[in-house]
Write a protein that binds this ligand. Structure first.
Ligand code: ZN
Length: 419
């Protein structure tokens, strides 16, 4: 076949879509070991679908090789074999190459990609796993995902043995991709460096089947990340843990606080009122059935202060919030403040804040509590005591055209941000 003839790829003919859909859906509920637990990202593509699509874009459809698969039945049989490879390689369990069966499946997938490449090049296909990887590195097309986002596509390209590159306009996406596809390969098969680790070997398997083997894959890197992650958590707890006091539950026991909720406040425009009015879209804290809660503003008109009391739906349901896109309403005197007034107060530095509720971790559910002085004081006490305090002004957000405009004079960005 001449090189100018484009061979049909499997993806152009047939895919086991139902299986790919089912496995992609199943992946959404997987928490342990999935890159989605590394960092949140919008519209993350399922790994199973990416793996199947990249594979099927590289492997020739058997109809492209009539000399190898002369009859229609031969082609159907071979296509079914390739579909079988896809069905096995998209299983979540087969992404963990510490498992022998997972290693076997991915070796088979890489071999099929190499075999298609080799047929096109008129060469015998490599068979040993290391040779297959080397062959893919040298001959398979590299994959570049210009808007890689959460990194599913370059990660799966790399898993299939391709050289993968990723880019994105969003620096968070770039960081996720660095952590996912750029850094781990650099530490492949290397032992961890933390003082607790046994540099010589790692344990695989559990119980009676457990055995010691040399560090392989990203296991050494993962061990270091766990060790130093723990160190950072403990160190942070030591230094700033006192700023996060536990909550006292109604039964007197203590619980970890998940969140302290706050509202922005501005001075009420009615001079006779004098309250700092809270800007809240809603008073509702939870609509979860059986655990509905809201926070009620209680105004002391004499003292011109306001407190928040957390209630459940047995004690009434909340009114709507106090702020929308037209402006804000005072909870004490019902005076209205147009949006222009709210903005004015913001520009004048008159925006304050008030704690509206404390959310704590109860037994298998969230517990909503009224703010206490201890929690408000802890927040007020949180002042940085380090010597270096950032003094620069916050950069104005750059418009896209400004970014493009600086391209031809790299290094000029700073003056652009400052001005
Ligand atoms: Zn008022």
């Amino acid at each position: 076949m001449s090189p100018s003839v484009r061979r049909r790829k499997l993806i152009e003919v047939d895919l086991p879509l139902d299986d790919i859909n089912a496995e992609s859906k199943r992946e959404k509920s997987i928490r342990h070991g999935h890159p989605s637990t590394l960092h949140m990202y919008w519209a993350r593509r399922p790994l199973a679908a990416c793996r199947a699509v990249i594979f099927a874009s590289l492997v020739d459809d058997p109809s492209a090789w009539p000399k190898v698969f002369p009859t229609e039945q031969d082609q159907i049989d071979e296509r079914e074999h390739l579909h079988d490879v896809i069905r096995r390689m998209i299983e979540w369990e087969h992404t963990d190459e510490r498992r022998p069966e997972a290693r076997e499946v991915m070796r088979e997938a890489r071999f099929e990609v190499a075999r298609s490449l080799a047929r096109g090049r008129g060469e015998p296909a490599p068979t040993e796993p290391e040779d297959v990887l080397a062959y893919l590195r040298d001959h398979a097309p590299p994959l570049h995902d210009p808007f890689a986002g959460g990194g599913s596509i370059p990660l799966e390209a790399q898993r299939l043995g391709l050289r993968a590159a990723a880019s994105d306009l969003n620096p968070v996406a770039v960081l996720i991709n660095k952590a996912l596809i750029e850094l781990p390969p650099k530490f492949r098969d290397q032992p961890p460096v933390n003082p607790d680790a046994d540099q010589k070997s790692m344990t695989i398997g559990k119980g009676r089947t457990a055995k010691r083997v040399a560090w392989r894959g990203a296991a050494g890197l993962a061990d270091d990340i766990r060790y130093y992650g723990r160190w950072m958590r403990d160190e942070a707890y030591e230094r700033i843990g006192h700023l996060y006091p536990p909550a006292t539950l109604p039964d007197g026991t203590e619980a970890t606080v998940i969140a302290w909720l706050w509202a922005r406040t501005i001075p009420c425009p009615n001079p006779a009122c004098g309250l700092r009015m809270p800007l809240m879209k809603t008073f509702q804290l939870s609509k979860k059935k059986g655990n509905e809660h809201w926070t009620r503003p209680v105004v002391d008109r004499e003292a011109k202060t306001m407190a928040f009391v957390v209630q459940d739906h047995a004690e009434g349901v909340p009114d709507g919030g106090t702020v929308d896109r037209h402006g804000a309403t005072c909870v004490a005197c019902a005076a209205t403040a147009p949006l222009a007034y709210v903005r004015e107060q913001g520009k004048a530095g008159n925006i304050g804040e008030q704690m509206t509720a404390v959310v704590a971790e109860g037994y298998r559910k969230r517990v909503f509590l009224s703010p206490t002085d201890a929690h408000v004081d802890a927040a007020a006490a949180a002042k940085p005591d380090f010597n270096f305090v950032p003094e620069q002004k916050c950069p104005r957000p750059l418009t896209l055209s400004a970014v493009v405009g600086t391209e031809s004079r790299i290094g000029a960005n700073f003056s652009l941000i400052d001005s």
